[in-house]
Design a binder for this molecule. Structure first.
Ligand code: IPD
Ligand code: CA
Ligand code: CA
Length: 272
C-alpha cells in the first residue's frame, strides 16, 4: 500500500484518504485473484455474440464488493457484472467498478488487462485506481491530488504534432451498429498519426495516456466502469477529456476522447 501513500498525502480530507486506501486495497485484492487465475484453464460464458465473462471477472468483482462493503459501509456500488441496469447516480457517493477490463485479452492469454475502480460524488470522479496485475502497475489519482504510477508522479506527453503521436482506440461489442462510423474514424486518423493501437482494455488505454505511453485514446459506446477511473487519471496528469464534440466528459457519457491536451483540437476535428 506504499504505492498510494503519496496520493493519500495529497487527499484534501481524512475521509478521502480512507476512501483512497479502500480503493487501493480493493484493486490489489482483485488483481491478485486475477493474476492467480490467469495461468489456469478458464470457465467462459457468453454475455452476447462476442462478449465474454470468465470466472476471473466474477471472482474479482465478488472480492472487491466484499472489501469495499467492509471498509466503506453504506456507499453504493455499481459493479459491471452485478449491475441491474438501474442506479441513482445523482446523489452522494458511488463506487464504480470494472473488475476485469480487457476480458477478451485475459481469455486469450494476452497479459494486458486491468482492475478499475472510481469513487464518484454526484457523478463527478473524486478518486480513480487502475491496477494492471500482470505488470504490477498501480495507477491512481484523486481530484486535485495529481496522478501517480506505483507511487511516482505521472504526466501526459507534450507531443504537439499528430505525425509524432501514438494514439489508441477500441471497438465496442456491438460493433455492427457502429461499423461505418468506426471505420470512417480510422480512415481519417490513421494517415495523420505515427500509428494506432487497439490494446483491448479501455482502462489501460486511459492509464497509458495519463503516463505518456500513448498521446490519445478515443472510443464510442463505453460504460461508466470503463472510463470513470481513467478519465480522472488523464485530467490529473494534465490531459484533457471530452466527448466527441469537445464538451465536458462524464463517465455517464458513452463517447470519450482523452488526450495530452495539445492534440485535442486536432483529434476532435478528425473524429467528430
Ligand atoms: C471492454 C474493453 C475493450 C473496449 C470495450 C469494453 P471489458 O471492456 O475495455 O477495450 O473496446 O468497449 O467493453 O468487457 O473487457 O470489461
Ligand atoms: Ca470494461
Ligand atoms: Ca469488465
Amino acid at each position: 500500500m506504499n504505492r498510494i501513500a503519496n496520493l493519500v498525502d495529497f487527499c484534501s480530507s481524512n475521509e478521502l484518504k480512507d476512501l483512497c486506501r479502500a480503493a487501493g486495497q480493493a484493486a490489489l485484492t482483485a488483481g491478485n485473484i486475477i493474476r492467480e487465475l490467469y495461468a489456469k484453464p478458464h470457465t467462459i460464458k457468453m454475455k452476447g455474440d462476442i462478449d465474454l465473462v470468465t470466472e476471473a471477472d466474477i471472482a474479482a468483482e465478488t472480492a472487491m464488493v466484499a472489501s469495499l462493503n467492509e471498509d466503506t459501509p453504506g456507499i453504493t456500488i455499481m459493479a459491471e457484472e452485478s449491475f441491474s441496469g438501474q442506479a441513482d447516480t445523482q446523489k452522494g457517493k458511488l463506487w464504480v467498478i470494472d473488475p476485469l477490463d480487457g476480458t477478451t485479452n485475459f481469455a486469450h492469454g494476452i497479459p494486458l488487462f486491468a482492475v478499475s475502480i472510481a469513487l464518484l460524488e454526484n457523478e463527478q470522479p473524486k478518486l480513480g485506481v487502475i491496477y494492471c496485475p500482470m505488470q504490477d502497475e498501480l495507477f491512481c489519482a484523486s481530484l486535485g491530488g495529481g496522478a501517480w504510477l506505483n507511487g511516482k508522479p505521472i504526466k501526459v506527453t507534450d507531443t504537439d504534432f499528430l505525425l509524432q503521436s501514438l494514439v489508441a482506440t477500441g471497438f465496442p461489442y456491438d460493433i455492427h451498429k457502429h461499423l461505418s462510423r468506426i471505420v470512417g474514424q480510422i480512415k481519417t486518423v490513421l494517415p495523420k498519426v505515427r500509428d494506432i493501437r487497439r490494446c483491448g482494455a479501455a482502462a489501460v488505454d486511459l492509464a497509458y495516456v495519463s503516463c505518456g505511453r500513448l498521446d490519445a485514446f478515443w472510443e464510442l459506446d463505453l460504460k461508466p466502469w470503463d472510463t470513470a477511473a481513467g478519465c480522472l487519471l488523464v485530467e490529473e496528469a494534465g490531459g484533457r477529456v471530452s466527448d466527441f464534440l469537445g464538451q465536458k466528459f462524464s463517465p455517464f457519457k458513452t463517447e470519450i476522447l482523452a488526450s495530452n491536451r495539445r492534440l485535442h483540437p486536432h483529434l476532435l476535428e478528425l473524429i467528430s
